[in-house]
Design a protein around this ligand. Structure first.
Ligand code: WTA
Length: 637
């Protein structure tokens, strides 16, 4: 069986085969990868513990699949094209040969710094080639990487480092983002005041921002490379990993508590990201593929690094933002590198739309053949603009639905092969068995129905556990419905059987495509000394998809304007600027049930401005609270 599906009939056959005989199906797909030793068993699973094992007994290293195996035929082909934040700075191209060489060198650096298989390494870097190099160097020696998005605060980094007990941190002096310089090393320094496990910090030079290098702990990336070179820079053979050895941890927000460390393992993740990349984007040799995500998120892991590189693709890495120096930047990049596939988020599309067509009209986008969307539901207006303006009415849009926990895309059209409908993720990929569940735990059969989206059979890219807390993994994903993985998303299945994701059904917000837990934001707000209690809900936002609406009870008579600023500062410190509320409304009380539970449903309605349809408020402790909140909310309309 070929790895890449070429027609809708082939898709239907593959899908049927994958459901009727999943082990045979994935065994055949896995043959397209390089294994040091083959598996004895394709799949072993139960969703009750849960215990999921793919390709048991196999030995593999993902970097040999992403690098070494392309060297013989495609060594001089660009693996990474890097476009810097400043369009006037020189871009960089790393061929597969060069990338392998740099990965081996940095892997030697990690070894020199006592990193061994199984150790956790935290990576906090801007979007520069060294980020890809550091990620792959960890995988090369079997160290588990934990990449932390550059927008997170010192406290968030400390929490993540502490949870995974990272031994080493890779960062840079600073990072460029639009017109700003982010002081990454200084943020890491603040974080490390709380982290006992970190023995070494490797600092890349990027911005020449002054940094304090702590003796015995901090070393420069460039010096460490030189050391390896004076040692003769021997090749760094790829560590032989078990298919189920952890590859990385990535923290993500849920409806309760602190972010959890989603654990992905080696063999299944490799097969799944490679397979889905090839199929969804129908990658053809020689094409330039551009995903605008940050490697700090799962989309960057799977569809900038591992998926494209395992398929020998040319992956474009962009350091900056779509609106710097102006809202035409993405189109300049498309023009400059003749990008064939663009994979971005609805929030970026909406923000560029809002700047007006003068930034896109006249740009040569004729190289674009395929488009992708990810991260949140795409509204029809954005879909059409993307299709007409960027895709010239011709390029198919793959609206890809998936999650950090999934490892790769689960529901999506295959570009140019499957039908598309604006707002629909359409059909499950081969190997993916979605179902819709009702409130009583029953599966909803048939079409033209809505329910909670679950997956009833494992796929190779799924999470295996949450770091250090398997019970949490079980509770979060496998306990709501018996024997099913629960996604947390609501979903509609059309009369034709097409899937449309309608958004989260839990207390997770999706702000500009970033997952933010309401409990996390509330905890941060509640740390402010003037705050008694708070409640966070989402509301529709024209650019961000969802905005963050905070209802806050303050403990005495405060100056609203300055407390608001203080609260924003607190959130920036505790989580990061991405979690700042758009609206903070001070309230005297919150609507609670007699058992003391906050009625978020009501707060959501008020935030949405739908105060006519509040539903039953008679079960509230004090129904008059609602009236005063509605009145206070008028200020923000
Ligand atoms: C949402 C991002 C609608 C969804 C890869 C999911 C989407 C959450 C789509 C996961 C889409 C992602 N249509 N909603 N195409 N893609 N989502 O973990 O609510 O950052 O549960 O993974 O984003 O976000 P995460």
């Amino acid at each position: 069986m070929n790895l890449q599906i070429k027609s809708f009939e082939e898709y239907q056959d593959a899908y049927k085969h994958s459901v009727e005989n999943p082990e045979a199906f994935w065994g055949e797909i896995a043959e397209h990868f390089f294994w040091k030793r083959k598996w004895t068993n394709v799949l072993n699973w139960n969703f009750t513990e849960p215990n999921i094992k793919w390709f048991e007994g196999a030995r593999v290293n993902i970097t040999e699949n992403c690098l070494d195996r392309h060297i013989y035929n495609n060594g001089d082909k660009p693996a990474i094209i890097w476009e810097p934040n400043d369009p006037n700075e020189a871009h960089r191209i790393l061929t597969y040969k060069q990338l392998l060489d740099k990965v081996e060198t940095f892997a030697n650096v990690l070894k020199n710094n006592k990193v061994v298989k199984g150790d956790r390494v935290c990576i906090y870097l801007p979007m520069v080639p060294e980020l890809v190099i550091a990620v792959l160097a960890c995988a090369r020696i079997g160290a588990i990487h934990s990449v932390v998005f550059g927008g997170f605060s010192a406290q968030s980094i400390a929490d993540r480092i502490g949870d995974a007990e990272c031994k080493l941190v890779v960062t840079s002096d600073g990072g460029y983002r639009a017109g700003k310089v982010l002081e990454l090393k200084s943020i890491v320094d603040d974080a490390l005041m709380q982290c006992k496990s970190v023995e070494r910090v490797i600092v890349l030079t990027r911005t020449r921002t002054p940094v304090s290098m702590i003796k015995g702990r901090d070393v420069w990336w460039e010096d460490e490379i030189k050391k390896v070179e004076t040692q003769g820079n021997p090749p760094c053979p790829a560590e032989e990993m078990d298919a189920e050895d952890p590859l990385f941890i990535l923290y993500t927000s849920g409806s309760t508590g602190k972010p959890k460390g989603v654990v992905h393992t080696t063999g299944g993740y490799m097969v799944y990201t490679g397979y889905t990349f090839s199929n969804v984007f129908q990658y053809q040799p020689g094409e330039v593929y551009f995903c605008t995500a940050d490697i700090g998120w799962i989309t960057g892991h799977s569809y900038i690094v591992y998926g494209p590189l395992s398929q020998g693709a040319t992956s474009l890495l962009f350091e900056g933002t779509p609106t710097y120096p102006d809202a035409g930047r993405l189109w300049d990049i498309v023009e400059k590198y003749k990008v064939n596939t663009l994979y971005t988020a609805p929030t970026a599309i909406r923000s560029l739309m809002a700047f007006g067509d003068e930034y896109i009209d006249g740009k040569d986008l004729s190289s674009i053949k395929k488009l992708g969307s990810v991260g949140e539901p795409i509204n029809e207006e954005a879909w059409h603009w993307y299709h007409d303006k960027v895709g010239k009415g011709e390029a198919p849009i793959a609206d890809t639905w998936w999650q950090t926990e999934n490892g790769g895309i689960l529901i999506s059209p295959l570009a140019g092969i499957s039908p598309t409908i604006p707002g629909y993720a359409m059909l499950p990929l081969p190997g993916v068995q979605p179902c819709l569940m009702d409130e009583n735990g029953q599966e909803i059969e048939g079409n033209d129905v809505s329910g909670n989206l679950c997956i009833k059979f494992p796929w190779p890219g799924m999470l295996r556990t949450t770091w250090g807390d398997h019970e949490r993994c079980k509770q979060t994903y496998f306990s709501t419905y018996e024997n099913k993985y629960f996604t947390g998303d609501g979903c509609y299945r059309s009369p034709e059987g097409y899937y449309r994701i309608t958004g989260r059904v839990d207390d997770v917000l999706n702000v500009s495509g970033h997952r933010i837990g309401t409990a996390e934001v509330e905890n941060a707000i509640n740390m402010h000394s003037d705050v008694v209690e708070s409640a966070i809900v989402g509301y529709p936002h024209p650019v961000k998809g969802q905005g963050i609406y905070a209802y806050v009870i303050a403990n005495h008579h405060i100056d609203e304007e300055s407390t608001r600023k203080d609260i924003l500062q607190t959130i920036t410190r505790i989580i990061g600027a991405i979690a700042k509320p758009d609206i903070i409304q001070f309230v005297a009380d919150l609507p609670k049930t007699r058992s003391g539970k906050i009625m978020r449903r009501i707060l959501r309605k008020i935030a949405e401005g739908e105060t006519e349809s509040l539903g039953d408020t008679s079960t509230l402790q004090d129904p008059t609270v609602v009236e005063s909140i509605i009145k206070g909310a008028e200020e923000f309309r």
